[in-house]
Design a protein around this ligand. Structure first.
Ligand code: ATP
Ligand code: MG
Length: 335
């Protein structure tokens, strides 16, 4: 009996020790799990942050070009010439009539002023156009950040847009460097109604595709560099946008790898663009795929996503209002 009790107590003690060990192991496991979740969270944040910086960086290149051009034009505006003219007039204010008609330098003044004013008007128009494009790009950066901030809380910031206008805006952001590389852009847009889509996501996708196409053309020998952008309607509620270039092309084995975060073949690349673009496409309920017949054969990126037509939506709302009005007008009769 004593022996049996001793055995039981020993078994009990072993059980207690085992439970204790298991609890310690569980606590440790929980700790590791929490650490993993935290790391994954931080990695996700880092991915979002690099994505945002990358997209802002794309637009900043264009901001830089516009502000340099505007500065250059202001420098050449002719303000100094105007100052010299004013000084001459001031020096001869007592005999202005004689100076303008008889003096060698004075006689050149009137035609010079006419030329200068024409030149200034033209320069002014160009500076305003450049500053407008700068303003548009700054607004775009603001939107990228605002969307990112709102995305942290709600996903899907839907706006009413004209799709061909959104494509043109994305082209505009890359326009200066396209021109520098002598790349011709061909637009093939089908007519589409105003639609409701996540405009900023679409812009990001297009800017990245166009910038990649530009790089593919920059790094190839083709003298006839061309990007074709197509906008097509698919059925009633889907749309397809294609960005095709006749640049360096993509090896078959890379056609899916190019979408992986960090995959790049460029010296100065990060491999963020297509990964972010594919994610955005998915968030919009669509998809992004790449096609290429191989190196030197160019590439086509096809983006497809669903849309809601504004007109249809408004008609639906009006019908709903009409039916609820007729229901309420029937109520007294029924009562
Ligand atoms: N139009 C294209 N033609 C040929 N190769 C392309 C094209 N678009 C993308 N690629 C390939 O896919 C890779 C990944 O593109 P992605 O946009 O993700 O990154 P990246 O352009 O290299 O760098 P970044 O992060 O600056 O965009 C590129 O390095 C390139 O090899
Ligand atoms: Mg890229």
């Amino acid at each position: 009996m004593v022996e049996r009790t001793r055995q039981l107590m020993q078994a009990n003690e072993e059980l207690r020790r085992e439970i204790g060990e298991r609890e310690r192991a569980e606590r440790k496991l929980r700790g590791v799990q929490e650490e993993l979740v935290e790391t994954a969270h931080r990695a996700g944040m880092a991915e979002i942050a690099t994505g945002v910086l990358h997209n802002v960086g794309n637009v900043l290149t264009s901001v830089n070009v516009s502000s340099n051009l505007a500065m250059e034009k202001i420098r050449k505006l002719g303000v100094q010439d105007m100052v010299k003219v004013a000084q001459l007039l001031e020096q001869h204010q007592d005999d202005l009539g004689r100076f303008i008609t008889e003096d060698r330098r004075g006689r050149h003044l009137a035609p010079f002023l006419i030329d200068l004013s024409r030149y200034m008007v033209q320069q002014e128009e160009e500076i305003i156009a450049e500053l407008k494009s700068l303003q548009k790009n700054i607004d775009h950066i603001k939107e990228i950040i605002a969307v990112q901030q709102s995305n942290a809380r709600i996903t899907g910031f839907v706006q009413e847009v004209n799709l061909s206008q959104v494509i043109d805006d994305a082209i505009q952001i890359n326009a200066a460097s396209m021109e520098r590389h002598r790349i011709v852009i061909v637009r093939e847009y089908e007519d589409l109604p105003l639609v409701l889509v996540e405009k900023q996501k679409l812009m990001q996708i297009l800017i990245n595709l166009l910038s990649n196409a530009k790089h593919a053309l920059r790094d190839c020998e083709n003298p006839d560099k061309k990007i074709v952008v197509r906008l097509k309607r698919l059925g009633t509620d889907r749309v397809q946008i294609e960005v095709q270039d006749n640049g360096m092309g993509i090896e078959e084995r890379n056609l899916t790898r190019i979408f992986a975060h960090g995959f790049t073949t460029k010296k100065d690349g990060h491999g963020f663009g297509l990964h972010g673009a594919a994610l955005h496409a998915k968030e919009m309920g669509g998809a992004l795929v790449a096609r290429s017949d191989g190196p030197g054969q160019g590439a086509v990126f096809t983006l497809e996503f669903p849309f809601r037509a504004v007109e249809k939506l408004k008609r639906g709302e009006a019908e709903q209002r009409r039916s609820s009005r007729s229901e309420s007008s029937q109520t007294p009769a029924l009562a």
